[in-house]
Design a protein around this ligand. Structure first.
Ligand code: XMP
Length: 326
């Protein structure tokens, strides 16, 4: 039997009861596979790695060592949520690495999008590898591979790509959710007690805010982006748009325009709102956002975020525009 093929008889997990049954079965399987050995996991805080972490904590507790690398390009509050949920609530064996200075140092002055992606991906593996080498007795590597990853590629996650670890750091893989579709992963996550906001988090690219702070990243513009993005998310969520819009975020280009505040002219960056609907991210349509809400978001961002003096709404579907700006 091909263990990377979902059996035709496998029922779609849509209810808590089905999720509980799945969890029970996987817990047994993981315990059998791992025995009393240690398992390493790169925990980004995304849906898939979070669900794997919660499942493995249930199965093997502190034998799971989760490493959360904060590359400094996370959205507001994300790393804090990882620590709160996994370390404080679930008692995880969590290694938290604040690598912000390393990443931002390497990215300084780099404006070419693919080069930025390569730096972020490469440095991620380096930091993770360094942390793995500090630990002893690790024999397994857990991954949040899901079924679409297997169907669409060679089964290796593109960005938090631990498959890129050096030759001498190869481990046996533990991939408990690799036959699940995304909607099933979410049902399982909720059954494991993860917060709704974590389990229903919208997709977030591996390079994070790095591809939304357009051009060469600077700390001040990155901070402005993070704050503006947090306001956008708060307002969209408050208006219930998190239920109807697939992905929404802010991008901040490396361009300034003149504005006026307190009777004085000053220069600031524009915050560009992107809010799209799609089923497969291959094409995307633009969501109709109520003008009242757009006005409110504009007022809040320009009043509350240092350095932003305009707010724009990107009306371009994909194609022609990609979802991200870089
Ligand atoms: P585009 O911009 O190509 O995005 O229309 C399609 C979807 O993919 C996400 N995306 C990425 N995800 N690493 C990722 O893990 C990346 O480098 C990356 N670039 C784009 C994007 O957020 C959208 O959901």
């Amino acid at each position: 039997m091909d263990e990377n093929k979902r059996p035709d008889t496998m029922e779609r997990i849509t209810t808590k009861a089905l999720a509980d049954a799945f969890i029970e079965k996987e817990v047994k399987k993981v315990r059998q596979q791992v025995g009393d050995k240690k398992v390493l996991l790169a925990l980004s805080g995304g849906v898939d790695s979070s669900v794997v972490a919660a499942l493995l904590i249930k199965a093997i507790g502190k034998q799971l060592v989760s490493v959360h690398v904060n590359h400094g390009l996370m959205r507001k509050g994300e790393s804090e949520q990882v620590i709160e949920v996994f370390e404080k609530q679930l008692g995880a064996n969590l290694v938290y690495v604040d690598a912000t200075d390393r990443f931002l140092g390497l990215l300084a002055g780099v404006s070419e999008p693919e080069r930025k992606r390569k730096i972020i991906g490469g440095e991620f593996i380096k930091v993770f590898d360094e942390e793995a080498r500090k630990l002893s007795g690790i024999e397994f590597l857990a991954q949040g591979t899901i079924y679409p990853d297997i169907l669409e590629s060679d089964g290796v996650k593109a960005h938090h790509n631990v498959g890129g670890l050096p030759e001498d750091m190869q481990f046996e893989l533990v991939e408990p959710i690799k036959l699940l579709y995304k909607d099933e992963v979410r049902v399982v996550g909720e059954a494991l007690g993860l917060p709704h906001s974590m389990v229903y988090r919208q997709p977030f690219p591996g390079p994070g805010l790095g591809v939304r702070c357009l051009g060469a990243i600077t700390r001040d513009r990155l901070e402005a982006l993070r704050e503006a993005d947090a306001i956008l998310r708060e307002e969209f969520d408050g208006a219930g748009l998190n239920k109807t819009v697939w992905q929404y975020f802010i991008a901040v280009p490396d361009v300034k325009s003149v504005g006026v505040k307190d009777g004085k002219r000053y220069e600031g960056w524009p915050a560009i709102i992107r809010a799209v609907n799609t089923t497969d991210a291959m094409s995307a349509t633009i969501e109709e956002i109520p003008y009242v809400l757009l006005h409110k978001i504009t007022a809040r961002i320009t009043a509350e975020v240092n350095g932003i003096n305009r707010v724009l709404y990107d009306l371009t579907p994909k194609p022609v525009g990609t979802i991200e700006w870089e």
